[in-house]
Design a protein around this ligand. Structure first.
Ligand code: ZN
Length: 661
C-alpha cells in the first residue's frame, strides 16, 4: 500500500476543505480502498455565518459523489452541534435521520450528506477517512476475524462488531469509542464493513489510513494469504465455440424475471475463471458480499454449469423468494441478481446499463480477491442471511433505488449499427447511445473503434461485413460484451462513382451488390436468432435511399442494389412479424455532412446544377438541409415506442422530393 501524498501538490490546496478534497482524491485513486462511490471522508471546520456567529460545520462527502473525482461542492456542510445532539437520541428511524441531516445543511443545493454522517460527527477528530479496504475485509470476514484484527492492530484501533449502517451503527461506534479509545488510537475497524482513520490534518489522517491498511496487507502476506488469485484450474481460456445463442437466451430469461431488459457482460479473465472453476465455488460464492456496500449491486446466483434452463430456474426461484419478502415487508423490489459465476463462461455481470454491469464486475472482482484471501486465512465468512436481508430491504437503500428515477427509453437494450465509423451510421449510433442503449458499431474503417472514446456502452469493431466469418466473430464478441441484440441498423453501403450502363462491368455491379445487398442478407440471417430473443421485441432499421423511388442516371448498380435491399426488408418484415420483430426502411436523400461529400465535390455538384452550395443543400420541397443527425434521430425513434405498431414501412427523410411525392 503506497502513500501517494505529494507535498508540492498538496501545498496547492490551501484551505482545510481543499486539503480534504486532495486527500479524498488520493484515497479514490486506489480501487483496493474504495470503489464506485464507496467510502467517505469528512472535515470539521469552524466558520463564521452571515450574522457573524461562529459555528462548527462538518463537511462530509455527499451521496452521488466518488472520492476519486470529488470537488469542494461534493461535500455537504452540516451543523456539527445538532449532529452531536442527535447522536445522543435514544433511537432514530432512517427517514427521521435523513430528514435531520437534510434540514441541518447550511448550503442550499448541497448534495445529501452520507448516511454515515453521524458516525463522522461523533469521532472527536478534525479529519476522518473511511474506506472498505479489501485487505481489512479479508481479515474481518473470517470466523475469528475480531481476534485477528486485534492481533494486527493491538490498541491502535477500536474494534466495532457488525451493525447495519445508519443511526444504530453511529451509536455503536460512539459507545465503543468511548470505551476503548486511548490517546494512541488512530483508527477504528468495523467488522464486515471497513476501516476508519482520523487525524488533526488531512495528511495525518490519510497517512494513518495507508499505514493501517498496509499492516493488514503485511499480515496477509505473512500468513501466505496475499498472492492467492488463481485458486482453481484455469486450463484453456477463450477456446470455447460460439456461445452467443446461449448467452442471449440467458439474458432473455434474466430480463423476463427482472421485468425489464438488462445488459449481461461476460468476463473470462484468469481471475474470474479460476474462481468459477475452483471446486468450492458453489459453497464460497454463496456466502455473501465482502461489505454491505456491495450487496445491492452484486447479488449472486448459484453456480450451475452451462445450462440455460437451470439458470432460468434459479432466477425464477430467486425472483419469487424476493418478491415474497418484498410483499411481506412492503418494500420495493429490484430482483435482478447481478453476478453469475460459471465454470465455462467465467463471470457474468448484469445491469440496467453497460455501466451498471461494469460496476457489478468491479465490485465482484474485488469480492473474489477478498474471498480468496479470507479462505487462505482460514475460511471466508460474510454476513448472515438475516443481516443481508435487513440491509437489502433497508429504508435508505430502497430510497436510493427510488431516487434513481425513470430509466432512458433504451435502458438495458443493445443495438448493432453497420457502417458506424462516420456519417449516418455514426449518427445512428450516437442517437441510440443518447437513449441509453449499448451500441456495437461495425465498419471496415478502423476509426469505428475510436470515435466514442473510452465508454462502457460502446464497442466499435473493425469488420468487413461481406465476410461471413468476420460477421460471426463480431456477433460473438458483441454478445459476450452485452448479452444479446435488440436493434439492428443496416446502414453500411457503397456509392461508386457514376458509370453508364453501357460501360458497367459485372465486376463493379457485383461488388456494389456484395456490400449493399448480400452482406445485409448475412447480417439479417445471423442476427435473427438474437433478435427474436429481444426482451421487448427485435427491431431492424434499413437505411435505403431516395434512389429506390426516384433513381438517377449513372447509378444503376447503387439504385438496383438499394431497391433489392428494400424488397428484402419487406419480405423480412413479413417473415419476422410473428417473432415480434419490426422491420422498417428509411430513405434519406442529399445528406451532405458525410465523408464522401467533401467541399470540392459539393462545389462541383452544385455548380453543375447552376446552384450555390447553400441552395444545392436545400434543393427540396421544404428547402431544408437534411443532416446525418436527423437521420440518426429518426432511425432511433423508429426503434422506440412511438413506432411499436409499425412494420414494413418506408419513410423518406429528404426534405420532400417532387419526384417521389
Ligand atoms: Zn462504510
Amino acid at each position: 500500500m503506497k502513500n501517494l501524498w505529494d507535498a508540492a501538490e498538496a501545498s496547492k490546496y490551501q484551505s482545510d476543505l481543499a486539503q480534504r478534497v486532495y486527500s479524498s482524491q488520493l484515497l479514490g485513486r486506489d480501487p483496493s480502498l474504495v470503489l464506485h462511490g464507496g467510502g467517505n471522508t469528512s472535515v470539521k471546520i469552524r466558520e463564521r455565518n452571515l450574522l457573524g456567529e461562529e459555528e462548527e460545520i462538518l463537511y462530509v462527502k455527499g451521496s452521488g459523489w466518488d472520492l476519486e473525482t470529488i470537488r469542494e461542492d461534493g461535500f455537504a456542510p452540516v451543523r456539527l452541534a445538532h449532529l452531536l445532539k442527535l447522536a445522543r437520541a435514544e433511537a432514530l428511524s432512517d427517514p427521521q435521520m435523513v430528514n435531520e441531516l437534510a434540514t441541518h445543511v447550511t448550503r442550499a443545493g448541497a448534495p445529501a450528506p452520507s448516511v454515515e454522517t453521524i458516525l463522522h460527527a461523533v469521532l472527536p477528530h478534525k479529519f476522518v477517512d473511511h474506506t472498505h479496504a479489501d485487505a481489512v475485509l479479508a481479515i474481518t470476514n473470517t470466523p475469528d476475524g475480531e481476534a485477528r484484527v486485534r492481533e494486527v492492530y493491538g490498541d491502535d484501533v477500536v474494534v466495532v462488531p457488525y451493525v447495519m449502517p445508519g443511526f444504530d451503527l453511529a451509536k455503536a461506534c460512539a459507545l465503543q469509542f468511548e470505551k476503548e479509545a486511548r490517546p494512541s488510537t488512530v483508527g477504528m475497524v468495523l467488522l464486515h464493513h471497513g476501516i476508519f482513520s482520523f487525524g488533526a490534518t488531512a495528511e495525518e489522517s490519510y497517512g494513518r489510513m495507508i499505514e493501517l491498511v498496509d499492516r493488514a496487507e503485511s499480515y496477509l502476506k505473512a500468513k501466505g494469504a496475499w498472492e492467492v488469485r488463481a485458486t482453481g484450474p484455469i486450463g484453456h481460456i477463450g477456446h470455447m465455440g460460439p456461445i452467443r445463442a446461449e448467452l442471449a437466451t440467458l439474458r432473455h430469461e434474466i430480463s423476463e424475471c427482472a421485468g425489464f431488459p438488462v445488459v449481461l457482460s461476460t468476463h473470462s479473465d484468469p481471475q474470474a475463471l479460476a474462481f468459477a472453476r475452483a471446486a468450492d465455488v458453489r459453497n464460497v460464492s454463496q456466502r455473501g458480499p465482502a461489505t454491505p456496500d456491495h450487496i445491492l449491486r452484486t447479488k449472486r446466483l448459484p453456480m450451475l454449469g452451462r445450462d440455460v434452463e437451470a439458470y432460468a430456474e434459479a432466477y425464477r426461484e430467486y425472483f419469487l423468494r424476493h418478491a415474497a419478502n418484498a410483499k411481506e415487508t412492503k418494500t420495493m423490489l429490484d430482483p435482478a441478481p447481478r453476478v453469475i459465476m460459471d465454470g465455462e463462461l467465467g463471470m457474468g455481470c448484469v445491469g440496467r446499463s453497460a455501466k451498471e454491469a461494469g460496476i457489478a464486475r468491479d465490485l465482484y472482482s474485488h469480492t473474489i480477491e477478498v474471498i480468496a484471501r479470507a479462505e487462505a486465512l482460514g475460511g471466508y465468512r460474510a454476513l448472515s442471511e438475516k443481516e443481508l436481508f435487513e440491509f437489502e430491504y433497508w429504508d435508505l437503500e430502497q430510497a436510493k433505488l427510488r431516487r434513481s428515477g425513470k430509466p432512458p427509453v433504451f435502458a438495458g437494450e443493445i443495438a448493432l449499427v453497420t457502417g458506424a465509423a462516420s456519417g449516418i451510421g455514426k449518427a445512428c449510433a450516437e442517437s441510440l447511445l443518447r437513449r441509453g442503449a449499448a451500441v456495437i458499431g461495425l465498419d471496415i474503417d478502423p476509426a469505428v473503434t475510436a470515435w466514442a472514446g473510452a465508454r462502457p456502452d460502446y464497442l466499435g469493431l473493425t469488420c468487413d461485413i461481406t465476410s461471413a466469418a468476420d460477421v460471426a466473430t463480431a456477433l460473438e464478441t458483441a454478445v459476450r460484451a452485452y448479452g444479446g441484440l435488440d436493434m439492428l441498423v443496416l446502414n453500411a453501403g457503397i456509392f461508386p462513382a457514376g458509370t453508364p450502363i453501357e460501360k458497367l462491368g459485372l465486376e463493379e455491379w457485383r461488388s456494389v451488390f456484395s456490400v449493399n445487398l448480400d452482406a445485409n442478407l448475412t447480417l439479417l440471417r445471423e442476427c435473427y436468432p438474437l433478435l427474436k430473443l429481444a426482451p421487448t421485441g427485435g427491431r431492424v432499421v434499413v437505411i435505403g435511399s431516395k434512389n429506390v423511388a426516384a433513381p438517377g442516371p449513372g447509378a444503376a448498380a447503387y439504385s438496383a442494389s438499394k431497391a433489392a435491399l428494400t424488397q428484402l426488408a419487406r419480405v423480412v418484415a413479413l417473415e419476422w412479424g410473428e417473432a415480434g420483430i419490426r422491420v422498417n426502411v428509411l430513405h434519406p436523400n442529399a445528406v451532405f455532412d458525410t465523408g464522401i461529400w467533401t467541399e470540392e465535390v459539393l462545389k462541383a455538384r452544385s455548380e453543375s446544377y447552376g446552384l450555390s452550395v447553400e441552395a444545392y443543400k436545400r434543393n427540396n420541397v421544404l428547402q431544408t438541409e437534411v443532416r446525418s443527425e436527423d437521420v440518426g434521430e429518426l432511425a432511433a425513434e423508429l426503434c422506440g415506442p412511438i413506432f411499436a405498431r409499425t412494420t414494413g414501412a418506408q419513410i423518406p427523410i429528404d426534405g420532400g422530393n417532387d419526384r417521389v411525392i
